[in-house]
Design a protein around this ligand. Structure first.
Ligand code: IMP
Ligand code: MG
Length: 194
C-alpha cells in the first residue's frame, strides 16, 4: 500500500475541460495494480478464485488486475450505485443478477474506491448470504478520514487524500472514466455541466 500526497498541478485535457491535478499517473497506477496482484497471488497461492467487480467504477482495474492473476479464475460483476450524478451519495441500490454461483467458492470483491465504506459493506453482506467459502475485498483507493464503517478492505492499492477523484474507472457525473491517470477535480469544477 502506498500513501499519496498532493500531486503535481496543471494538466489540461483541452481548454473546454476542467483543470485536473494528477494524483497518480499511468505508471504509478500500473505499479500499484502489479503490487496488488502480487499480494492476491501470494494470498490465494494457486487456489481457485472468483473475482467479482463492483460496477461501474471497477471495470478498468478489473481488466488490468485479472490479467496478472495466476490462479484458476472466474469473473463476475455486481452493480452497486450510490452516486446520483455528482459527488453526493444517494440511496444505495445493488443489482446482482449477473453474479455467478459462488456457493463454497473463494470470492474476492473488487471496487475502485473505499470512501464511506458503506457500499462495500453492503455488497459483502449480500455475498456472505450466498455461502461462499471465503470473502475478501480489494480496492484500488482508500480515501483518508472518510470511513463510516468499522470494516477495512483486505487489499488496498493507495491511500489518497480526501478529494474527489476521477479517471481509471472513476467518474464524475459519468464522465472521465476513460482517463489513464487518476486526477483530483478542483472544487470549482464540481459544479460544472459536462
Ligand atoms: P462508499 O460507499 O462511500 O465507500 O462509496 C463507494 C463508491 O462511491 C465508489 O465505488 C465510487 O463509485 C463512489 N466514489 C466515492 N468517492 C469517489 C470519488 O472521489 N470519485 C468518484 N467516485 C467516488
Ligand atoms: Mg463504484
Amino acid at each position: 500500500m502506498a500513501t499519496v500526497g498532493a500531486g503535481s498541478n496543471g494538466s489540461f485535457l483541452d481548454e473546454t475541460e476542467p483543470t485536473v491535478k494528477i494524483l497518480l499517473d499511468e505508471r504509478e497506477l500500473r505499479q500499484g495494480v502489479e503490487r496488488l496482484a502480487g499480494e492476491v497471488n501470494g494470498h490465494y497461492d494457486g487456489e481457485s478464485l472468483t473475482i467479482i467487480g463492483v460496477l461501474t467504477g471497477s471495470v478498468v482495474l478489473l481488466a488490468d488486475l485479472i490479467r496478472l492473476l495466476e490462479m484458476p479464475l472466474r469473473v463476475g460483476v455486481v452493480q452497486a450505485s450510490s452516486y446520483r450524478g455528482g459527488t453526493e451519495a444517494g440511496e444505495l441500490s445493488i443489482q446482482a443478477d449477473f453474479m455467478p454461483d459462488i456457493t463454497s467458492r473463494h470470492v474476492l470483491l473488487v471496487d475502485d474506491i473505499f470512501d464511506t465504506g458503506n457500499t462495500l459493506v453492503e455488497v459483502v453482506k449480500l455475498v456472505k448470504e450466498l455461502q461462499p467459502a471465503s470473502v475478501a475485498t480489494l480496492v484500488l483507493l482508500r480515501k483518508t478520514g472518510r470511513q463510516q464503517v468499522s470494516y477495512e478492505p483486505d487489499f488496498v492499492g493507495f491511500d489518497i487524500p480526501d478529494e474527489f477523484v476521477v479517471g481509471y474507472g472513476l467518474d464524475y457525473a459519468d464522465a472521465y472514466r476513460n482517463l489513464n491517470y487518476l486526477a483530483a477535480l478542483e472544487p470549482e469544477d464540481l459544479n460544472r455541466t459536462i
